[in-house]
Write a protein that binds this ligand. Structure first.
Ligand code: LLP
Length: 419
């Protein structure tokens, strides 16, 4: 059952009325459900119970401190891709020894900060990065625990902008050169190769590409061990896709069984880095219809959220469900709307010819499945303040990131002395 449901004619998150939140916080706002976050995390961790596996939440999906802490309290680790995310993970209560640092372009400063914090593992993606890490670690007199992210050349069958495991992508080291790279790493000061990492893309709704990638990783593991490397960790990258519209992602139980069938007797500690599947369907974006405008050929619902607040439709042609906050009357006849924001670009479009119950000015609507890659990818384009974030827990709600005022935004800028 979804935590977002109509009660007394109004869409609620758990026991909180979205109309009530809108009155207090104003629109637009992001809202997340604690019950959903916890349920998604527990389902993930539970599916892997009995395997030597740990969940490192991919902070990039939603890095609000309160969201991270919700997972940290359940025992989650964190997958971070910048020193900023690392500081968020630590500040939210994820212990350093449960943090993995991924990303194709870590700077020396970031490496130093990660080694100072004593994190679990750095996932290295190239020889120049390896050499830099060796220098940094050696100069600090420490040894960096390293997994190499290998590029298995597997088609993830997802949107091209979020597929990462083909050899033409910028990610990882070439599968065919991996043995050389491990040998080189083993000879470098300050480096201990401890694992293999792989991540082929996001929003995967089929197990087959995962399986193909993991089989390649397992084969590499045998070769590396034969070469004398003491590899004890496998990082299997991001999690399953989610349902935005009619996608049917695999069951977690089937995914976990597939992982066990490939890695069960390898004697490795498994790391999982799910992001979207933990937060995506735990969050919504609530917005208000400013005007309903009847064009020559189309009816537009112009809402107060825009592409800068939720960029996924513009960037990936992504589908997000849209529902009115006031429960439609029984028998209400749907009409097609183009749902658009107020930003001065035609790409500022959330949905084209979407059948919706009749909308009027000032109606509230909720964009569904917006908890992942929503608030984190927002900007203040058109000097639109970043949208606030709200966390619901049962009957309570709390603003976990307030909306900045325009005055605060302006005050953050500086005039050079010649102006
Ligand atoms: N690990 C690594 C190394 C990653 O690059 C990613 C996502 C994840 C884990 C988490 O993957 P997930 O469980 O969320 O699928 N902005 C895009 C998604 C970009 C994903 C980037 N990497 C979107 O809105 O669809």
């Amino acid at each position: 059952m979804s935590v977002f449901a109509y009660r007394y004619g109004v869409l609620h998150a758990e026991s909180v009325s979205l109309a009530a939140v809108a009155r207090e916080v104003g629109t637009p706002f992001y809202l997340y459900s604690t019950a959903a976050l916890e349920a998604h995390y527990s389902a993930y961790a539970g599916a892997f119970a009995g395997q030597d596996a740990g969940v490192c939440y991919a902070l990039k999906a939603n890095s609000n401190l309160a969201v991270i802490r919700t997972f940290a309290r359940l025992g989650a680790g964190g997958d971070v891709v910048s020193v900023g995310e690392m500081k968020r993970a630590l500040a939210a209560g994820i212990p350093a020894e449960r943090i993995v640092f991924s990303g194709v372009g870590k700077t020396r400063e970031e490496m130093r900060a990660a080694l100072e914090a004593g994190i679990h593992q750095l996932n290295v993606e190239s020889i120049p990065e390896l050499e830099a890490l060796s220098e940094v670690a050696d100069s600090m007199g420490v040894v960096a625990p390293v997994a190499f992210r290998v590029n298995p050349d597997v088609d993830a069958k997802t949107h091209a902008k979020i597929a990462t495991g083909k050899k033409e992508n910028k990610f990882g080291i070439d599968y065919d050169h991996a043995r050389e790279v491990y040998n080189r790493a083993a000879a470098l000061p300050g480096i201990k190769p401890v694992g293999i990492a792989v991540h082929i893309g996001s929003q995967l709704t089929d197990l087959a590409p995962f399986r193909a990638a993991y089989e390649r990783v397992a084969a590499l593991l045998h070769q590396l061990r034969a070469d004398g490397h003491d590899i004890q960790r496998l990082d299997l990258g991001g999690g399953l896709g989610i349902t935005y519209k009619s996608e049917r992602p695999p069951d977690l139980a089937d995914y976990a069984a597939m992982v066990r069938s490939i890695t069960g007797n390898l004697g490795c500690r498994i790391t999982l880095e799910p992001g979207r599947s933990l937060v995506g369907n735990a969050g919504i974006l609530v917005s208000k219809v400013i005007y309903v405008k009847q064009g020559l050929h189309r009816r537009f619902a112009i809402v107060d959220a825009a592409m800068n607040d939720l960029i996924r439709p513009s960037l990936y042609e992504a589908y997000h469900g849209i529902v009115p906050v006031a429960e439609p009357e029984a028998g209400a006849v749907e009409q097609p709307y183009d749902v658009v924001g107020p930003v001065c670009e035609s790409g500022d479009t959330f949905a084209v010819q979407r059948p919706l119950p009749p909308l009027r000015d000032d109606d509230l609507v909720a964009f569904l499945s917006a908890g992942a890659y929503g608030a984190v990818m927002s900007s203040s384009y058109n000097t639109r303040p970043l949208v606030p974030e709200v966390l619901v827990n049962g009957e309570r709600f709390s603003v976990i990131r307030p909306r900045p005022t325009v005055e605060e935004m302006l005050a953050a800028e500086r005039m050079p002395d010649w102006l």
